[in-house]
Design a binder for this molecule. Structure first.
Ligand code: NCD
Length: 293
């Protein structure tokens, strides 16, 4: 049974093939390859983009989509997560798309079901479909010429599953990562890092800005996000006329992560990421569901 729990679940060759599919889905409506297939979305954490993106992707491929309203489900009545998963599994879905605040939950669930589990974000651990769409957006922008391109990941890296998945995935495709964050947002890794954004501006091709994950902080770290912004916000003043591709997984803290001017700037591809995300998720759903038979 194939799952997408981390980006390591796909080989580099499979990712290339998935991106080729995604490219065609962007150009013309695909055949209904998942007709009569059932996909369940199970979100224990809030989501704006990821849930709707997966649902739209599934529907575009002709699948039936059911959303389990976790707030009203029996998990609230004391049913364990695994019993919930086993019961959903008994309804015969082809895939369950799971988001949970606890790292490792999608992996645990995958051991209790016989359908594909797609990790839509687990704690600070992984968000594989986001990293795939980020890489796809980068490749598209640079017309596949990404070997040796330099990317700075800026913000609350330590608490970001998006950063975590990108730190696994991007080096596989030859991208060079530098981490930019204040000390308390900096994870321990082997990547080069700096606490000062000014250090990297003349040297990077791509900036990936991240949201401060306030919900994952035990105690408030920045008394005011404005203090964080004065050091790390991606502003027009900082970036000036440099040729830098600007990404953000959303939701953006406007004028904290990226300022109004840069959000409206053509170098900022946040909405392009959202658009590409549907195509990449279509390709991932097709790949794994059809592989599972
Ligand atoms: C992210 C998430 O939920 O992990 N958003 C997303 O899925 N696009 C990032 C975030 O919440 O900051």
């Amino acid at each position: 049974m194939r799952h997408l729990i981390t980006t390591d679940d796909l080989s580099t060759k499979e990712i290339e093939a998935l991106f080729a599919d995604a490219e065609t889905y962007l150009l013309k409506p695909p055949p209904k390859l998942l007709q009569n297939r059932l996909i369940i979305t199970l979100f224990f954490e809030n989501s704006t983009r990821t849930r709707s993106s997966f649902e739209i992707a599934a529907k575009k491929l002709g699948a039936d989509v059911v959303h389990l309203d976790v707030g009203r489900s029996s998990t609230k009545k004391g049913e364990t997560l695994y019993d919930t998963a086993a019961n959903l599994n008994a309804m015969g879905p082809d895939a369950i798309i799971v988001r949970h605040a606890q790292s490792g939950t999608p992996h645990q669930i995958s051991r209790h079901v016989d359908c594909a589990i797609f990790n839509a974000g687990d704690g600070a651990h992984a968000h594989p479909s986001q990293a795939l769409l980020d890489l796809f957006t980068i490749r598209k922008h640079f017309k596949n010429d990404i070997e040796g391109k330099k990317i700075a990941i800026v913000g609350d890296i330590k608490n970001s599953r998006v950063a975590n998945s990108n730190m696994r995935l991007l080096p596989r495709f030859g991208l060079e990562i530098t981490l930019v964050a204040p000390p308390h947002f900096m994870p321990k890794t082997d990547f080069p890092f700096t606490h000062k954004i000014e250090d990297i501006l003349d040297d990077v091709d791509i900036i990936m800005s991240l949201r401060t994950q306030t919900e994952r902080h035990a105690t408030p770290i920045y008394a005011s996000l404005k203090d964080y912004a004065s050091d790390y916000c991606i502003t027009k003043e900082r970036i000036a006329e440099r040729d830098i591709l600007l990404l953000h997984p959303g939701p953006v803290h406007r004028n904290i992560d990226i300022d109004d001017e840069m959000l409206a700037d053509p170098r900022c591809k946040v909405l392009e990421q959202v658009k590409n995300g549907v195509a990449v998720r279509m390709a991932a759903l097709k790949k794994l569901i059809l592989a599972n038979g």
